[in-house]
Design a binder for this molecule. Sequence first.
Ligand code: MN
Length: 294
Amino acid sequence: MRTHTTLQRETVTQARDVERLVAGTATSDGAGVKLTRVLTHGLQRRLDPYLMLDAFGTDNPDDYIGGFPDHPHRGFETVTYMIAGRMRHRDSAGNEGLLQNGGVQWMTAGSGVVHSELPEQEDGRMEGFQLWLNLPSGDKMRTPWYRDIQSADIPELTTEAGVTARVIAGASHGVAGAMQREVTLPLYLDLHFEKAGDFTQTIPADHNAYVYVYRGALSINGVAVPEQRMAILKNTEGSDGVVLHAEGPTKALLIAGRPLNEPIAQYGPFVMNTNEQLYQAVEDFRAGKFAEIA
Ligand code: MN
């Protein structure tokens, strides 16, 4: 665990309000993995550059044991954050890794990968999140890229108020996260409140931002955000960040990014800018131009 003790204060003078709460949709994906799609297709424009957020959490192996067998992606990045459990990843670029307790896998699908994500456990708890981050049009066909970030390599900080932030991407309180991206400038924080307290984070007003509470509850400018709810934060002109208030032990994701403002065309696991590019993706995949997994 990389813990930082010298922190810069995050100063917010006009905190964002909650625009609305979202409960998400129960669904299944892969070979019958049960999950809650929190950021759904209908929110892609509102939460640009993010395309999807899935939350999964279960003690029942029937809900996850099938995993996600071989499937393709093109045109964006997948960020998988494992809170509990073990998932084996293999892809057609020759990468293989084990994603486990507190670790993150960041995969840039770019021009196309075929991969599998399969549980490496037969019982016990499986819990985590998968986030899809869009790529700028000029990067959609870039060479695929992949990084496994072990839990110990995710920078952490603890504020004076006793709130611990795991900085997966972007920066908080002067601590740089494990990942940085130009253009979309993603901020991805996992916040752990051990008791009542506030957490302050600067966010530019034009960046889209949202909070997902996965334990406990928060309030944001007086609006309650219960467990398993996403709060979309208003992009009020002149606002400079957010203040999250917990009344007791709470865990939440705070995610933000700079919108691309480009057309979004999606067909399942392909996300491009035009329908023609989607036809091409399907054709390339069928023609075996996404390499098979060795
Ligand atoms: Mn996948």
